[in-house]
Design a protein. Structure first.
Length: 72
C-alpha cells in the first residue's frame, strides 16, 4: 500500500465516522509526518504497543470505577 492509499483510507474512514474537515486535515498532516518517522517494519509493532497501552489504561479505569461504585 502506498502512503497516498493509506491517507485515502483514513480520509474515507474519518468522514464516515463523522470527523470534521479540520480533524481530517490534521490527521492527514500528521500521517505524512509519521511516514517520515517510521518505516513499514517498525510501524505495526509500535501501533500494537500503543493499542496495548490504551487498552490497559481503559481496563484500569474500569476496574477503579467498579471499586469506587462498590464502596459507595
Amino acid at each position: 500500500m502506498t502512503n497516498s492509499q493509506a491517507i485515502a483510507y483514513s480520509i474515507v474512514t474519518m468522514e464516515r465516522l463523522g470527523f470534521s474537515f479540520e480533524d481530517i486535515r490534521k490527521t492527514r498532516k500528521e500521517m505524512e509526518h509519521v511516514f517520515d518517522l517510521f518505516d513499514e517494519d517498525a510501524i505495526e509493532p509500535y501501533a500494537a504497543h500503543i493499542m496495548s497501552e490504551l487498552i490497559s489504561t481503559r481496563l484500569l479505569d474500569v476496574k477503579i470505577n467498579s471499586i469506587v461504585e462498590i464502596s459507595e
